[in-house]
Ligand binder design. Structure first.
Ligand code: SF4
Length: 78
């Protein structure tokens, strides 16, 4: 699946890194690094991270802005 973080919006709150540590990591105090194509198995954690981001900076395929999973499972998850 594809993941984009708007780093102009991101305030480095690290909620995402806490909820989906295999996808997001803080690099230093404020800069976020992330995997733009996380494994499909990260989907639920990612959805929680999308929901938890205080500035709605995270966009992920198959996850709406409230962190709800959308649509049927894509065959290969990407
Ligand atoms: S939760 Fe949102 S604001 Fe916080 S580090 Fe992640 S993307 Fe940035």
């Amino acid at each position: 699946m594809r993941l984009v973080v708007d780093l102009n919006k991101c305030q480095g709150y690290a909620q995402c890194a806490f909820l989906a540590p295999d996808v997001f990591a803080m690099h230093g105090e404020e800069s976020l690094v992330y995997d733009p194509q996380p494994d499909h198995e990260q989907r639920e954690r990612l959805a929680r991270a999308v929901a938890a981001c205080p500035v709605q900076a995270i966009t992920a395929d198959g996850v709406d802005g409230h962190g709800a999973l959308r649509g049927p499972e894509a065959p290969d998850g990407r």
